[in-house]
Design a protein around this ligand. Structure first.
Ligand SMILES: Cc1cc2nc3c(=O)[nH]c(=O)nc-3n(C[C@H](O)[C@H](O)[C@H](O)COP(=O)(O)OP(=O)(O)OC[C@H]3O[C@@H](n4cnc5c(N)ncnc54)[C@H](O)[C@@H]3O)c2cc1C
Length: 482
């Protein structure tokens, strides 16, 4: 380790830290995992990134890039070198694009965009705290992804350093784009989940033409390249928004109603259960079980009429000012916080099955699957999420701390999700929790193509090893305090 640190310190123009406090700080993120790295590099420029990869390769260690560390499945944790791109935080805007350094924090981007009355559509509930790099790394999304798509649908160009230390811009680089098309041409898209959001594996299904080649890097969790900058699509703020809060006396009723509501072109349909709405200062019916947040940002009058015709719950709020709308979205965005607050520490189960999605027509079935798990394993669950995308976040509550059972539970849950054409992760990524299930998700032949993609960009397996491509089971390894 001393040799590695000396080599890095000799060459890197930015900072190199190996003190215990730094290694501890970078050993955790917002997941339940902990992995202590050897050393942290905060590069000053792209030469530092290239040199770090070259040294890691020579010294047979790894490089894992980290954004703001808000990831929920340990994707940014590893035991080698951690690369923090906080100095790569430039933001340049023109009318339809933002050219952004990946160390930029989303809140800074949002502030700059707001001044120009623009926005970048994917809006994770973590709000301003995540980095653009982390959003690209996980293919993040949020409430408005229902209408505007995930990160992968909103990026035009990416510049990154691959596992050989080579700087590449896609889709500009024709040779690499063509090679990628060849590697992915036999991908079996029928084995991909039939959902509107998916952050599992490599998104080879999105590579239709050369123009799409950059999309393979999005959602690759730092395993194919260290992204330095990206050209993001930006949009003008809608003239008006309207948000309806609808209460239901049955979760099945709400889940079934989502299918119809989705046909009215809302910008968001979000779901929260009692744990969240108990925290809201508003009177709900005694028998209420859940709420849907339904937002429109165009054709407001027509949409309201349509919604009122098909709604099976009761509208409790119709919000029309930006101030009120933001206030209510903050309640929804705080669901993770409310859920953790309501579960005693000793009853929390690490969030490992927290992000599945199914085709919307099967949305009510997802709750059946969850009920089956709860019944079998004597667990309870708190649920909230991006209902319009058939995507729910689950917090399990249990007295038991049996790791084997957690793995069994996850395996059974994912089996049922995959049977319905769903994804094991719609937005948080695979990380340490789900990488071992990717082969199950996509089938052996597609997984072999994923291996070829990894080998093409990172033949020495230097970049974030153990994530996405792995033969190890990590779901119940290295769980902190469990
Ligand atoms: C309360 C809460 C709410 C959340 N809500 C949402 C939500 O609604 N939607 C959603 O999608 N996610 C959500 N998340 C998960 C997470 O916040 C997002 O996925 C976020 O975009 C991760 O960003 P980060 O900067 O923290 O990334 P990190 O956790 O630091 O890293 C995530 C991954 O990206 C990779 N990465 C980071 N930078 C780069 C780079 N420059 N090049 C290549 N790879 C890179 C890392 O290696 C890692 O694999 C939530 C998390 C919390 C705690």
């Amino acid at each position: 380790m001393e040799k590695l640190i000396t080599k890095l310190k000799d060459v890197i123009q930015g900072n190199v830290f190996s003190e215990k406090e730094f290694r501890e700080f970078y050993s955790v993120d917002s997941s339940s995992y902990k992995l202590i790295p050897k050393v942290i590099v905060i590069p000053k420029n792209e030469k530092d990134v290239i040199n770090t990869i070259k040294i890691a390769k020579k010294m047979k260690t790894s490089v894992t890039v980290r954004g703001a560390g808000t990831g929920l499945v340990g994707s940014a944790l590893n035991t080698g070198i951690i690369l923090d791109l906080k100095n790569f935080d430039s933001i340049r805007l023109n009318n339809s694009h933002a050219i952004v350094g990946t160390g930029a924090i989303k809140g800074m981007l949002d502030k700059k965009l707001a001044k120009e009355k623009k926005f970048f559509p994917p809006n994770p509930s973590i709000g301003s705290f995540c980095s653009v790099g982390g959003m690209l790394g996980n293919n993040s999304s949020g409430s408005r992804s229902l209408k505007y798509g995930s990160v992968i649908d909103n990026v035009e160009e990416i510049t990154f350093i691959d596992g050989n230390g080579k700087k590449i811009t896609l889709p500009k680089n024709n040779k690499i784009s063509n090679n990628l098309i060849k590697i992915t041409e036999s991908i079996d898209c029928k084995k991909f989940p039939n959902v509107t959001k998916n952050s599992s594996g490599y998104r080879a299904d999105k590579i239709k033409t050369i123009k799409d080649s950059h999309k393979i890097i999005i959602g690759s969790e730092g395993t194919l390249g260290i992204i330095l900058s990206a050209k993001l699509k930006i949009l003008s703020n809608p003239k008006k928004r309207i948000l309806f809060v609808v209460e239901y006396d049955s979760i099945t009723k709400a889940a079934t109603n989502c299918i119809e509501i989705n046909k009215t072109n809302p910008s968001a349909i979000e779901f929260v259960d009692k744990t969240t709405f108990d925290q809201i200062n508003c009177k709900f019916e005694k028998q209420s079980k859940c709420l849907l947040f339904v937002e429109y940002d165009e054709n407001i009058k027509t949409s309201e009429k349509l919604l009122k015709k098909l709604i099976t719950g009761k509208i409790v709020k119709k919000l029309q000012t930006e101030k009120e709308i933001s206030k209510w979205w903050r309640y929804r965005d705080s669901s993770l916080h409310y859920s953790l607050k309501s579960i005693k520490k000793e009853k929390r189960i690490p969030h490992l099955i927290e992000d599945a999605a199914v085709p919307l027509k099967y949305f009510p079935k997802l709750f059946e699957i969850l009920n089956k798990i709860n019944k079998k394993y004597k667990t309870k669950s708190i649920v909230y999420g991006h209902a319009g995308n058939g995507n729910v976040h689950v917090r399990l509550i249990s007295d038991r701390k049996n790791l084997g059972i957690i793995k069994k539970m996850a395996t059974e849950y994912f089996d049922d999700i995959i049977k319905l054409g769903g994804t094991i992760t719609a937005e948080h990524g695979d990380g340490l929790a789900r990488s071992e299930f990717i082969k199950k998700q996509y089938g052996t032949a597609n997984y072999q193509i994923f291996r070829k993609i990894k080998n093409y960009f990172d033949p020495a397996n230097v970049l974030n090893p153990g994530k996405i491509i792995t033969s190890k089971s990590t779901i119940i390894q290295n769980l902190e305090n469990f």
